[in-house]
Each structure stands twice: as C-alpha cells, then as structure tokens.
Design a protein. Structure first.
Ligand SMILES: NC(=O)c1ccc[n+]([C@@H]2O[C@H](COP(=O)([O-])OP(=O)(O)OC[C@H]3O[C@@H](n4cnc5c(N)ncnc54)[C@H](O)[C@@H]3O)[C@@H](O)[C@H]2O)c1
Length: 444
C-alpha cells in the first residue's frame, strides 16, 4: 500500500519516515517549500531524535511535494497532520484541516479505487463526523463509508521521543466511519508498531473525546503533583518525591507524570484543558477540574519567581538553566523556563540563560532582553543565583567549581532536584518541593 502524509511537521515528518522505514512507499506533502526540499534532499525537516536515521534507511521510499491532489491520487491512504491552533475561545481551529481535506478531495476525484483518509491532527469533539466529513464528501464527490473511508486517529507522543512513541505505542485509538476503514487502519498500524498496543475502535466523537481526555487527565496529574510540591515546600521535613513515589505505587494512581516540579508547557498540554473547558461550557456542562488544572499550572511560574525573590541575597544576574519545555527538544512554546525569563526581565532583573538546544528558538519567541550563554557552566559561573527549569541530564553534571564563589555561597534553586548533593559543599542548594524551600506565602 502507498501512503500520502499531508503536513510534514513535528508529527507528520516522523510519521512519514516511519511508514517509509517499514517498507511503505510514502509521498509527503507540505505547504512550506523548505520542508519539501529538505525531505527530498534526505534531510530531516525537524529536529527529532531518531528521525534522521529513519530517513537514512528509507532508501528513496519517502518523497515530498507541495502538490497534495497529485500525492493523494497516487496513493491508497492519506494521513492529515496539519496544525489545529487554538482560536480566541480556546477551541482548536479546523481551518487548516479543511484546507487540507479540500485538496485531498481534489486528488480523490482523479482516481476511482477505494481510499482511506486518516485525520491525525487534534480536533474538537464533533468535528470529524460533522464539518470535516461534509467537506470530504463535497470535495471528493464520494460518500464516506462507500468508496472512501474516514478515520480519526490521533497520536499519543511527546516531542523528543516521537519516533519511539510512534513505534511503541501503548494505545491505538481509532475513530472510524465504518468497519472497513477501521480494519484497514489497524492493518497499517500492525505493520508499523514494534509493540503490541491496546487497540480501541469506536465512533468519531468517542475517539475525539478520548484524545482530549487523555491529555487533560495527564495534566491534572501534573498539576496535582505540583500542588503537593507547593505544600511540601512549606513543611519542614516534607519531600514531594517521597510522597509522589509512595502514592504512585498505588495502581489506582500510577507514578507517571506525577513529579512535583514546574508546570507543563509545549504545543499540546497547555491548550487541551482550555479546549476541554470551552467544549464543556459550550454544552452547558461544568469543567471545574480542567479549569483548576490550568490555574494551578499558571501559578507555577509565580511559585518559582517568588522562590527567587525570597532567596536572592546577592545583587546580580539570575541564571536560568533550561528554556525548552522539556529535554530533547528545541520547542519553547509555553515553556516554564522562557515564561520565567520573561517575568524576571519584566520585573527588572538581569537574566542569563542557557539551554542545550533552544537558544535560537527562545530568541525568536520573545523580545525579552536576556543574555544568551554558550554553556551551562558559563551561565552558572556568571550568575548571582541559578534556577534549573528543565531537567536536561547535563545540568546534573556541571563542574562543581562553577558554583563556588570567593565571598558568598551561590544559591541554586533546583525545581527538578537533579543537581547533585556534592554541590552543597560550595553552594546553597534549594530543592523546590522539599521542606522549607522558601517560597513566600502565596495561594492559588
Ligand atoms: N507536536 C506535538 O507534540 C503534537 C502531539 C499530538 C498531537 N499534535 C497535533 O498534530 C497536529 C500537527 O501538529 P505538528 O506539531 O506536527 O504541527 P507543525 O506545525 O509542526 O507541522 C504542521 C505542518 O503542516 C504543514 N501544513 C499546514 N497546512 C498544510 C496544508 N494545507 N497542506 C500541506 N501541509 C500543510 C505546515 O507547513 C507544517 O510543516 C496538530 O493538530 C497538533 O495538535 C501535535
């Protein structure tokens, strides 16, 4: 089977490369000519671990074009992976998906055989079986469920581990127009997955709800752990890691995403609770939990900022380690490190910052005037107080000599508790989330 993938960004490029690496012939399309040129030159258009190696082994099975109708016409299944940015009400916009489906429809008019269309982009519940199905039928002059099948099948991935997450998923969620469509998609995944995932097939709206529910549940866990961390930081002897490890070993709770540290960021999590709340309100339902999760998340930057204000005893620059929203990515969207930098600069602090991958993206993302450092060690050496915002492993290995000061001990606020104990010989190590971490009194 030949596959087309519409949208070759952070999700679409790895998806296309995985299909090609597993023997499918893949035609990818993207609106951005630079992305098309990059794929055709055999270069990964996004920085994602493992992606370049997949492209290297794909041996010409992956090509790209900006002509979506032509790509669709020469393939049997089409994955749509274009952006669905949040609109002013917090709902995901279908505008770019509709544009992509229009082009897919044009391609379908050029062929007669059965075709499967899979929507991978995250959409609001009600979209696939409503407006999107209508557009596909109108644009293709076909009836969904007859000569064209439609599936909604979002990926559960994290940037930095997209390839691994796609190859070894735990859950395959398939919303299907009809059994033939679902069966075909399940068969494609069976050729691709190295794991034995749970497969859940259902109608469109349940799959759309399940996707957004997974993300809002996970973010609720993160905010819960952060709430615990805030409390632990104010009680002598309390340690959020000890508490979360204990409660996480209860299978009703589970330990994943239960680490009290900083808030969640990135292109997906922050907007999911907002979209979920918008959905609920639109239906006349309540979304208190989603709103509280969001409010607790916003509070996390205040919490770190207050800890800095309370701890800064020496005048001088604040060194921020970590600007990406998580390790192994250059993405700074809604990153806690960058939000903290912006807050500090706004409040008149001199800020030095370092991130192993995200210096360029951070510079692009904000006009805030901070000094970009070329290494973690230089950042620590030049700062009057250091705060670790992203748990990059290399931040645990900074030379101890960088922390020592001739006159006064340096304060290091470690939100992730990754800086090693020996630093305590030369600096004051403050683990956020451990008793008396020193945040000033403040409530959500
Ligand atoms: N990035 C994530 O972590 C993640 C995780 C889960 C779900 N998603 C969802 O996946 C979807 C895609 O996200 P992404 O992060 O890959 O976006 P992205 O912005 O990285 O990439 C999207 C690509 O689509 C291209 N594009 C836009 N319109 C097009 C069109 N009409 N035809 C062809 N190409 C077009 C853009 O040029 C871009 O290269 C979104 O709905 C997002 O919510 C993303």
């Amino acid at each position: 089977m030949d596959i087309s993938v519409i949208g070759l960004g952070k999700l679409g490029a790895p998806l296309a490369a995985i299909f090609a690496s597993k023997g499918f012939r893949v035609v990818g399309t993207d609106a951005d000519p630079a992305v098309v040129a990059s794929i055709n030159a055999g270069r990964s258009p996004v920085d994602e671990p493992g992606l370049q190696s997949l492209m290297d082994i794909s041996q010409g099975r992956l090509v790209a074009t900006n002509d979506t109708p032509a790509a669709v016409a020469q393939t049997e299944a089409t994955f749509i992976v274009v952006p669905t940015p949040s609109d002013s009400s917090g709902r995901f916009s279908n505008e770019q998906v509709i544009e992509a489906i229009e082009a897919v429809g044009q391609g379908l008019r050029r062929k007669n055989s059965y075709h499967l269309v899979i929507l991978t982009s995250t959409v609001m519940p009600g979209s696939t079986g409503g407006a999107l199905l209508e557009v596909l039928e109108r644009a293709s002059c076909r009836i969904v469920g007859q000569s064209v099948g439609l599936c909604y099948s979002p990926e559960f991935i994290a940037l930095g581990s997209v390839v691994r997450d796609m190859l070894r998923p735990e859950l395959l969620l398939i919303g299907e127009s009809d059994p033939r469509a679902g069966e075909l998609l399940q068969g494609i995944y069976a050729r691709v997955c190295d794991s034995q995932p749970v497969v859940r097939r259902m109608n469109f709206v349940n799959a759309e709800l399940a996707k957004i529910a997974v993300n809002t549940f996970v973010t609720t866990k993160i905010s819960y752990a952060n709430m615990l961390g805030d409390i632990c930081g104010r009680i002598e002897g309390a340690d959020v890691d000890v508490v979360t490890e204990a409660i996480g070993s209860d299978s009703r709770i589970g330990g994943k995403y239960l680490r009290g540290a900083v808030g969640y960021g990135g292109p997906c999590f922050p907007r999911d609770n907002v979209a979920f709340a918008a959905l609920a309100h639109g239906l006349g339902a309540r979304a208190d939990l989603a709103e509280a999760t969001d409010a607790i998340n916003h509070y996390q930057v205040d919490r770190v900022f207050d800890a800095i204000v309370a701890r800064q005893s020496v005048p001088g620059a604040i060194g921020v380690l970590g600007l990406s929203y998580k390790p192994d990515t250059a993405v700074v969207e809604e990153s806690q490190g960058l939000l903290l930098v912006q807050r500090l600069v706004r409040r008149g602090y001199d800020v030095l910052a370092y991130d192993p991958k995200a210096m360029a993206t951070a510079r692009q993302a904000t006009p805030a005037k901070f000094e970009a450092m070329t290494s973690a060690e230089k950042c620590v050496r030049a700062a009057a107080l250091v705060v670790i915002m992203t748990p990059w492993p290399e931040f645990a290995d900074i030379a101890i000599t960088a922390f020592s000061r001739p006159d006064k001990r340096l304060t290091v606020i470690d939100c992730w508790r990754i800086a090693t104990g020996p630093i305590e010989a030369v600096a004051d190590l403050v683990y956020l989330g451990r008793g008396a971490a020193g945040t000033t009194a403040r409530t959500v």
